[in-house]
Design a protein around this ligand. Structure first.
Ligand code: GCV
Length: 685
């Protein structure tokens, strides 16, 4: 890819694979220089002669990207010849070449291969761009030959990356270095790096990016002023040809924080006028801005509650300002009481988003989308899917996932997130016949927003294998029917080539999530982490805090009764789901402590007690990390040394972490309950 050079030889497409050893450029992610060896000569002749049929920024860029990908990925340069590749829109190509390609959904494409021609036909220019990237990937993955016909379209219209980047250059919950966009309270970026980033995102179907933290504190509120907008416009210009539109996180209190109006009350005409005027200015600089992301009345961010207004009133006021420009309000539902009293068992944080937003269903304007975290808490290692999905029926909405590994190992521990995302996709809301999240994505859930895991680190994601999470996020948002296994295989092959490494990496990725869960917080117990950093074990770190995240362990029992006799949270689900969650014998065991308060001698399905299962999970989790580390060490000499060493050092650190988790959590429970481990493994009494 770009400015950060790995290996000149690699970029010149020379000596990529020698013996078993694949030369990896971490920076290039899933765009390694693959060489032509996998591509039949007949296809090469077609790929050497690419014609772009139409004009326009994205279409022009599609041609540039395709030719560039062919050259850098496969060493294929352009020259005239009898065979060809034609790229355009379906409508145009049908007429120009007398084809009968069927129309696709927006942003969809058809790839068709005959004996002498490859057609990449997008429903629109953006579809053509996605078709070009898909072709490049398939040339490496296999599956392209004369006779191939592929038609694809994205499931959801909104495929968003959320950056939690601050203007001072730090990244909230960022584990891969500082921000790509900011430094010292200025917008400061390397244009080549941004272009390379945009390429990575567009190649997996991302079409929107919010570039600043949802916590819009300090200088960030000024991003919407003319001090910053010219530079925001420069960023937008880099993302634009990739079909990626910018979103800006805004501070709801901006009218008075910027000293221009004495209030931010959404029903005050002066405030409404202020946002309208501000939007006019913003759109003068960025005419295709996708809109605003808003975190309001959430973790000390201001919002409409301060003025006794509802969230619908707050969001609709902004929506009115954006509407003339085609912008949307992405309104986050992460609203809960973060100053609650642990002594009061009646408040259940898990109920908050539903309680706040369900009564407002139907009250939001058409250009408002609610952004709902996948679970009712906050990206814990295991949570049930939020009951708002499937239930909201009159409000546009999207699902928020976290690609950055805040509670899942902070890009030190290997934790392959598509594994749990597949589980989320499988969740059946049970409201109507086709009601799994996978089926709702598109028709009802209009897309995904994922919190970015990238930063200025040379390999983008800190842990090289965490690139699989970024890749997987995009692929799943495009096609929720893809399995985690399939995504892992694709990513491993694209990154490591056909090698022992690719196979080992796929296996490690697929193991990693349940392993992490085992030594971390099994059975849906949640939040046994150090407050603030959210890293490392601390069984009572949040037990007596204001954040509302308790497991209430005593010497006999643990967990929260969220059934009708407890907090009543289960009743937010459809009757079928509520019935399942209410009953400990039917509740999925991975969530049993989320829904139930159980005695430690409760018998689990394996006929061992709950406490014994907790002990086992932590001991076995540690052992599994050791096995993962050893599997990786088996790749020594078979893999690029830089990648081998950097991943190994993280696996070593993960083993240390797993040991800490195992011993802190298990010792905590042993001391608390006095119940020994049946297998005699506890020694730190
Ligand atoms: C952007 C969690 C994180 C915060 C984050 C917040 C959110 O609480 O710890 O860092 O703030 O979620 O999603 O708004």
């Amino acid at each position: 890819m770009g400015s950060v050079n790995c290996h000149t030889a690699l970029h010149n497409n020379m000596a990529l694979v020698y013996g078993d050893l694949m030369k990896i450029c971490e920076y290039d992610c899933w765009f390694q220089a693959w060489g032509t060896q996998h591509i039949p000569a007949s296809l090469v002749a077609m790929l050497e002669n690419v014609t772009i049929e139409e004009q326009g920024e994205i279409m022009g860029w599609t041609g540039a990207e395709l030719r560039r990908g062919l050259r850098r990925g496969f060493g294929i340069s352009q020259k005239a010849g009898p065979k060809e590749t034609r790229v355009g829109t379906i409508g145009h190509l049908n007429t120009a070449l007398n084809l009968a390609l069927p129309p696709q959904k927006p942003e969809g494409f058809v790839i068709q291969v005959t004996d002498d021609r490859i057609i990449i036909a997008g429903q629109d220019p953006q579809g053509a761009l996605y078709g070009a990237y898909r072709l490049l990937a398939l040339l490496r993955l296999g599956g392209i030959s004369p006779g191939t016909r592929i038609a694809e379209a994205p499931a959801g219209s909104h495929r968003i990356i959320n950056h939690w980047d601050n203007l001072d250059g730090t990244v909230e919950r960022g584990y891969a270095g500082n921000s790509l966009f900011y430094k010292d309270n200025r917008i400061d970026f390397d244009p080549q790096r941004i272009e390379d980033y945009a390429r990575l995102l567009a190649s997996v179907g991302i079409n929107r990016i919010s570039i600043n933290n949802a916590n819009v504190r300090k200088a960030a509120k000024k991003l919407i002023t003319e001090t910053y907008l010219p530079d925001v416009a420069k960023l937008a210009a880099i993302f634009r040809p990739f079909g990626i539109r910018l979103l800006l996180s805004i501070n709801f209190a901006s009218p008075y924080l910027l000293g221009e109006v004495s209030t931010a009350d959404p029903l005050d005409p002066a405030v409404q006028d202020w946002w309208k005027a501000r939007s006019e200015v913003i759109y003068r600089y960025i005419p295709d801005l996708a809109g605003f992301v808003v975190k309001a009345d959430s973790e000390f961010e201001p919002g409409p509650f301060q003025y006794g207004r509802t969230h619908a009133q707050g969001a609709n006021m902004l929506a009115a300002a954006l509407k003339p420009h085609g912008g949307e309000v992405i309104w986050r539902c992460f609203v809960y009481n973060c100053t609650q009293d642990w002594r009061d068992p009646s408040i259940d944080r898990a109920k908050a988003a539903y309680d706040h937003f369900m009564p407002l269903d139907g009250g939001f304007d058409q250009n408002v989308l609610l952004q709902i975290k996948f679970g009712p808490y906050d990206f814990q290692v295991r949570e049930p899917v939020s009951p708002l999905f499937g239930r909201l029926s009159k409000t546009r909405h999207i699902m928020e996932l976290q690609i950055t590994q805040e509670y899942t190992g902070q890009q030190i521990d290997l934790c392959y997130l598509p594994w749990i995302w597949e589980d989320i996709m499988n969740f059946d809301t049970a409201y109507r016949p086709a009601s799994t999240i996978r089926e709702l994505l598109g028709p009802s859930i209009e897309g995904l927003a994922g919190v970015s895991n990238v930063g200025l680190d040379q390999n983008w994601t800190g842990h090289t294998l965490a690139q699989a999470n970024l890749y997987g996020y995009g692929r799943l948002g495009w096609d929720p029917n893809l399995s985690a296994q399939k995504i892992a295989e694709e990513w491993s092959l694209l990154t490591f080539g056909e090698s022992d490494a690719a196979q080992t990496v796929t296996k490690l990725l697929m193991k990693s999530y349940p392993v992490y869960e085992g030594y971390n917080a099994p059975f849906g117990v949640c939040f046994m982490v150090n407050p603030g950093s959210h890293y490392g074990p601390n069984p009572e770190g949040y037990e007596f805090s204001k954040w509302g995240t308790y497991h209430r362990a005593d010497r006999q029992s643990i967990g929260v009764d969220r059934g009708p006799t407890g907090t009543g949270y289960t009743e937010h689900y459809s009757p079928q789901k509520a019935g399942l969650f209410r009953d400990p014998s039917r509740c999925p065991e991975e969530l049993i402590l989320f829904f139930h308060r159980l005695r430690y001698d409760y018998r689990m399905k394996n006929n061992e007690t709950l406490i014994q299962n907790i002990y086992n999970a932590h001991f076995e989790g540690y052992e599994a990390v050791e096995a993962m580390r050893n599997d990786w060490m088996g790749l020594k000499g078979k893999l690029d040394e830089t990648v081998y060493t950097s991943v190994l050092s993280r696996l070593e650190q993960q083993l240390e972490n797993a040991r800490e988790w195992r011993d802190v959590i298990n010792t905590y429970f042993w001391r608390k309950t006095g119940i020994p481990d049946a297998k005699g493994r506890l020694v730190y009494g």
